[in-house]
Design a protein around this ligand. Structure first.
Ligand code: TTP
Ligand code: CA
Ligand code: CA
Length: 423
């Protein structure tokens, strides 16, 4: 038996809910279903800030970050749902509960790593191998992959000239699936990584159907050989669709993909990569030797980048259904900025009250206790912003005590320290 090509050993998927907060609101307010709508935080100023947008509303140009009133100018029939509030701030508990329901369904299928409130990685290696074995060399029925796109194969269909965009897209998708299945060698070896990706896609179709039947929520997914490629491919076709990203399509995709679109390269580190190497696209990284990347980024990171730009990555999917930490925060922008110790103490107590509730709920649900209290402060000055973070032992699940400890942790940073009441 030949060894599996490096980087193709696993089948990994990323499942991400479509316009998640919108779907949660649509479930409890059925009149919003199928309509252009958006979820806003704090309906006070100009209709509140939009944080989630239905796909019907996206067609009108409504985007996250717009004010509700601004969005209603683009789409007059736009309906706005508001995030509930508690302790003077947004209360996300209904979205967290919906997330728990989805994770419970998904975890019946394979090893799950919850990555955020609305997404999870799935290691399908074992399940996909087993499914590939069961196929016994028979061609996969494309009717079982009815929401699957294959990157690099979908555009090659003989799409007809006329027709509406949705029909053309569906024709291209179907032609792509057939071309992909044709590309699998006849009486395909069950150890073929491409066959295993296909088997993984079959399982993800079933998993997504189960999520929709049992919770009412729709999601999209990416299926590939590692977390980075799975995450990237999930975003290629949304909503309510899934995309296989085979290794042979990586270089074509990376050639026009800005470095910052890759998992873990979206922030400062990704910027330093593009600046130091004078590049823009992921594919351009392939021009650099391993030793050059070692010189610029150190051996470990250099190796990682060298592999990554070729689609190879090895971070494991870790079995984890629960968040690692429980946190809450609130921003005070512009004129709302806190300026006295009393105000700081008041809001610390509000945050601590939410924490106490959520910690108790977590202890009851998950039989575990938190050990560390961490407080972070971000200051947005004129132009510059700075932040700091301090931690201590979490002594008790008690709001007053948490607020007091938190105040002591940050009090040393008060620049108005020699004044009695100012912050
Ligand atoms: P996303 O998965 O980024 O977006 P989405 O689910 O709304 O839409 P898509 O179909 O494109 O995946 O975020 C998940 C939820 O997290 C989103 O519904 C609202 C919330 N969220 C915020 O509150 N603020 C933010 O800045 C982002 C990015 C998300
Ligand atoms: Ca989402
Ligand atoms: Ca997400």
């Amino acid at each position: 038996m030949e060894p599996v090509e490096r980087g193709k050993e696993r089948v990994v998927a990323l499942v991400d809910m479509d316009c998640f907060y919108v779907q949660v609101e649509q479930k409890s307010h059925p009149e919003l279903r199928g309509k252009p709508c958006a979820v806003v935080q704090y309906k006070t100023w100009q209709g509140g800030g939009i944080i989630a947008v239905s796909y019907e509303a996206r067609a009108y140009g409504v985007t996250r970050g717009m004010r509700g009133m601004e969005a209603q100018k683009k789409c007059p029939q736009l309906q706005l749902a508001r995030i509930p509030q508690a302790h003077g701030k947004a209360d996300l508990s209904k979205y967290r509960e919906a997330s728990v329901q989805v994770i419970a369904v998904m975890s019946r299928f394979a090893v799950i790593e919850r990555a955020s409130i609305d997404e999870a990685y799935v290691d399908l290696t074992a399940a996909a191998r087993q499914r590939a074995r069961q196929m016994e060399g028979q061609r996969v029925d494309s009717g079982l992959l009815k929401t699957t796109f294959v990157e690099g194969f979908s555009q090659n269909g003989q799409a007809q000239q006329s027709g509406d965009p949705a029909t053309l897209k569906e024709e291209g998708r179907r032609a792509g699936i057939e071309a992909w299945l044709d590309s699998l060698p006849p009486d395909c070896d069950q150890n073929s990584p491409e066959l295993q990706l296909t088997a993984g896609a079959l399982i993800v179709e079933e998993m997504r159907a189960a999520v929709e039947t049992e919770t009412g929520y729709r999601c999209s997914a990416g299926i590939s050989h590692n977390k980075v490629l799975a995450k990237l491919s999930c975003g290629l076709h949304k909503p309510n669709a899934q995309t296989i990203l085979p290794m042979c399509s990586v270089s074509g995709l990376f050639d026009a993909l800005p470095v910052g679109k890759i998992r873990n390269l979206g922030g400062k580190f990704g910027e330093s990569v593009t600046e130091q190497l004078h590049i823009k696209y992921m594919g351009q990284l392939r021009a650099f030797t391993e030793s050059r990347l070692h010189m610029d980024f150190g051996e470990k990171t250099g190796n990682w980048l060298f592999d990554l730009c070729r689609g190879v990555e090895f971070e494991p999917v870790r079995a984890r259904h629960l968040p690692k930490s429980i946190g809450c925060s609130k921003s005070f922008l512009g004129l709302q900025a806190l300026s006295s110790c009393e105000q700081v103490k008041h809001w610390l107590l509000q945050l601590a009250t939410e924490l106490e509730e959520r910690l108790n709920h977590d202890r009851q649900q998950n039989q575990r206790v938190g050990k560390q209290l961490s407080v972070s402060v971000r200051l947005e000055g004129s132009g510059k912003s700075s932040s700091f973070s301090r931690c201590c032992a979490l002594a008790q699940y008690q709001a007053q005590r948490i607020a007091k400890d938190a105040f002591e942790l940050i009090n040393g940073f008060n620049t108005a320290a020699n004044h009695q009441t100012a912050w």
